[in-house]
Design a protein around this ligand. Structure first.
Ligand SMILES: [Zn+2]
Length: 331
């Protein structure tokens, strides 16, 4: 074996071992209460206050460009590896696939350190799902409906939020049924282009909540709702509509007539917005949407959100807690 080759092998072996140690440490830390509750939130606070919005001066999403490079790089490497297998160059193939593995491992480690540990923070909700009485759900739905209705009659001129960028992958994302996402590597929040206006402020608020370190979907929904419902009129309208929608979805299985009746009471502006939302959903729903939902389900499950996509709707439980508090105050 040539001297150079020997040096190279030693280097890749050391890198491999170092990476494995990093993976093991990171994995161990996800299980360490003191680290996830006390230390990491402080680290993330520093990351967030110094780097979130760091790339706001760019009008496009740098994170998206980064993802694009990664995808192209991975496709290139995998096809090269497969070519070596076909040509029976197994050692060369092994080298390429171990490079891919190293790469994915580093990606996983970096993901956790720049944001992913937020998934392990103490949830802002009890771990056991609580059954919400149907009557409570109904009066909550009515409250949010009344607010949405009031805002729908005001000036809803939409102001774009410069801290949320339009995704470069918008056409694809629309078919995946995605309205926005947060890129932990660049700290940028993205929303998908051409989604119904009604959904934009709530989507923005949801992604900005992720950026603040609220990793779980229902937390991002709830913090997003709380912030948007104190924002300008379009934000309030969007937030109240979204909250109402989530609650109506919960009610639907129990009392679909109640849901129908509320929808029939929508004022004209809300009717138009609802129709646009349905039209949008119908246009893009399809196989990609189902595949993505399934993938997202497993992504969430693998990141400490044991309920997968159901976790979005636990938002209603948090709204219920607020509802109970406000009811107590009224007495
Ligand atoms: Zn989210």
């Amino acid at each position: 074996m040539k001297r150079n080759n020997l040096k190279f092998n030693f280097l890749s072996l050391t890198t491999g071992v170092a990476l494995l140690i990093l993976v093991a440490i990171t994995n161990q830390l996800t299980k360490n209460q003191y680290f996830t509750q006390e230390i990491y939130p402080k680290i993330y606070h520093k990351i967030h206050s110094n780097y979130s919005g760091f790339f706001d001066f760019l009008s496009f999403s740098l994170g998206d460009v980064l993802y694009l490079f990664l995808i192209v790089f991975l496709i290139y490497k995998i096809s090269k590896g497969l070519k070596e297998i076909i040509q029976k160059e197994f050692l060369k193939a092994l080298k390429i696939f171990s490079q891919i593995l190293f790469f994915l491992m580093s990606f996983w480690v970096i993901f956790h350190w720049v944001w992913g540990f937020n998934y392990y923070k103490k949830p802002i909700i009890r771990s056991v799902r609580t059954e919400i009485p149907l009557d409570d759900l109904k009066s909550m739905a009515l409250q949010h409906f009344e607010r949405a209705k009031r805002y729908s009659e005001q000036n809803l001129e939409f102001m774009p939020d410069s801290s949320v960028k339009v995704s470069l992958f918008s056409p694809l994302m629309r078919y995946f049924g995605v309205t926005g996402y947060f890129n932990p590597f660049s700290g940028e929040a993205q929303r998908v282009g051409k989604i119904p206006l009604l959904q934009i402020p709530f989507t923005n608020a949801h992604e900005l909540a992720h950026q603040k370190g609220w990793a779980r979907e229902y937390e991002a929904n709830y913090i997003g709702y709380t912030n948007a419902s104190k924002g300008d009129i379009p934000s309030r309208y969007s937030a109240e509509y979204a909250a109402m929608n989530y609650i109506l979805r919960e009610i639907y299985a129990e009392d679909s007539i109640f849901v129908r009746n509320i929808i029939n009471e929508f004022p004209p502006k809300m009717q138009v917005d609802r129709a646009e939302r349905i039209r949008f959903h119908e246009k893009y729903k399809g196989i990609a949407d189902e595949v993505f939902t399934e993938l997202n389900h497993y992504f969430l499950k693998s990141n400490n959100q044991t309920e997968g996509i159901k976790s979005y709707s636990r938002f209603v439980e948090l709204l219920h807690q607020d509802y109970l508090k406000s009811k107590d105050l009224a007495h």
